[in-house]
Design a protein around this ligand. Structure first.
Ligand SMILES: *[C@@H]1O[C@H](CO)[C@@H](O)[C@H](O)[C@H]1NC(C)=O
Ligand SMILES: *[C@@H]1O[C@H](CO)[C@@H](O)[C@H](O)[C@H]1NC(C)=O
Ligand SMILES: [Zn+2]
Length: 440
């Protein structure tokens, strides 16, 4: 066979290459995926950047255009800091891998059957376009076009940070309001570690060893560890060889350094979504010939992490006629969230919990609570959380689905705590300036 006829046997759409994809190329790739895999993908934009670039999302699932009852919504976000470019390319390769593995790889097929996966390769396309050369610490590109750090731009629960919310931030906040995301990860660069909430805190959350912990800390440590242990080297904890060491390749965000107005705390507190922040490369914008090894290092971790959306328990809250009750609070006893997690318009709830015995507490608006003790198995192998529906004996009572207070929730509770927080903040700021470049 001669060269020409060999070439004709190649697929019409060339495989995604290992190079950086500028905005135009990224858009062309996403549109080609959408065109060639229309039955399992949906391409949409959640808004525009300051300079008018679309914030594209590729959704994958058996029903890619709409939420289906019982199918949890998952998301990956990358390139929030425009100069941290590895995550952006990883997500393009993840998309390529998922669409080409569906109906060939049984695990990926089940994952797409059971999950709706939303992928936003770049939250800050303007920042990415502002980078002019490969560099481990590019002089430009971190911020959006208004020179704002998007990972400091969300409302903070612990202080009144009054951010001037940027279009990119607003787009993600609105997106979270419209979809009931259960699990998420935000990919950054500049280190190699999986960090989990809280990024900020006060005396109610900060422990004596300087971590700021949620009541779901066991779940968050598990999630971070799933990423680090399925990654080629992250779990070793010192892969960047810069003096930093993270036991098992994970860290509490606050313990590493305090971040105000960060996206992961916002997701957990106001988005009802568990999000971790993963640093995927020691170098923020490495040479292109390293991209294929980054993909090999992260591929298993990216897949295993998505599966975790099937931890715990899910179901609906219904009245005695089987009508859904939106706005019902469903939480595990002893794990009340700062802003209660509520059912959506279908009466659905999703709670990420490690296997064990829990008492769930469902409270419909205007009704007393229903308590239900249950054993929750590990649903990962099954691609399904345990399913349990609460049935209220009364008729339909309507609440506000997913509505939460918008003011900072912990601030001014206690003056002493605020000053402690402040002094910790100041000392960690000094530490950052001496030892770290700003990363997440
Ligand atoms: C159940 O949840 C409701 C609403 O959050 C709360 O008022 C009540 O105290 C909770 N009950 C228990 C036993 O935790
Ligand atoms: C797996 O899922 C099925 C159907 O949802 C359920 O009947 C079964 O109990 C699950 N098994 C485990 C171990 O969770
Ligand atoms: Zn970052």
């Amino acid at each position: 066979m001669d060269i020409l006829s060999l070439a004709l046997l190649l697929p019409l759409v060339a495989a995604l290459d290992f190079s950086y994809h500028r905005t135009k190329e990224l858009e062309a790739f996403l549109k080609a995926v959408y065109k060639n895999h229309a039955s399992i993908t949906h391409l949409y934009s959640v808004g525009k950047s300051v300079e008018g670039r679309d914030l594209w999302v590729l959704a994958l699932g058996r029903f890619p255009t709409q939420h289906k009852i019982g199918i949890p919504e998952f998301k990956y976000v990358a390139n929030m800091h425009g100069d941290e470019a590895v995550g952006r390319e990883l997500l393009l390769h993840l998309i390529d891998f998922l669409v080409t593995s569906d109906q060939h790889d049984p695990v990926i097929t089940k994952l797409i059957d059971s999950t709706r996966i939303h992928i936003i390769p770049s939250m800050n396309p303007d920042g990415f376009e502002a980078v002019t050369a490969f560099s481990c610490n590019p002089p430009a590109g971190r911020y959006n076009a208004n020179k704002k750090d998007l990972n400091r731009n969300f409302p903070d629960a612990f202080i009144k940070n009054n951010p001037k919310v940027q279009p990119e931030t607003r787009a993600l906040m609105d997106w979270m309001k419209n979809e009931m995301f259960v699990l998420s990860a935000n990919l950054h660069g500049g280190s190699l570690v999986a960090s989990y909430p809280f990024d900020n805190g006060n005396s109610l959350t900060i422990t004596p060893n300087d971590e700021s912990k949620t009541l779901d800390n066991d779940v968050f440590e598990h999630l971070a560890r799933i990423y680090s242990t399925n990654h080629a080297t992250m779990h070793e904890g010192s892969a960047c060889q810069n003096g930093e060491y993270f036991l098992d390749g994970i860290t509490n965000g606050y313990r590493w350094y305090q971040v105000e107005g960060g996206m992961q705390d916002y997701n957990y507190i106001w988005g009802q979504c568990f999000e971790i922040t993963v640093e995927v490369s020691c170098c923020k914008f490495p040479q292109q010939d390293e991209l294929s090894s980054f993909w090999n290092d992260n591929k298993a971790a990216l897949i295993e992490y998505i599966k975790q959306v099937h931890l715990g328990v899910k179901g609906r809250v219904l009245d005695k006629n089987g009508e859904p009750i939106p706005g019902a609070i469903v939480e595990a006893v002893d794990r009340r969230h700062i802003c209660p997690y509520k059912t959506n318009r279908n009466g659905e709830y999703y709670l990420l919990l490690l296997p064990g015995t829990y008492t769930l507490n469902a409270t419909a608006p205007g009704s007393r609570s229903l308590l239900r003790k249950m054993h929750i198995p590990n649903g990962i192998g099954n691609f399904s959380a345990l399913t349990y529906d609460f049935i209220f004996p009364e008729l339909h009572t309507r609440g506000e689905p997913g509505s939460c207070p918008t003011k900072p929730l912990y601030s001014s509770n206690d003056h002493r705590s605020m000053s402690t927080t402040l002094s910790t903040a100041i000392s960690s700021l000094i530490l950052i300036n001496i030892f770290y470049a700003v990363i997440r």
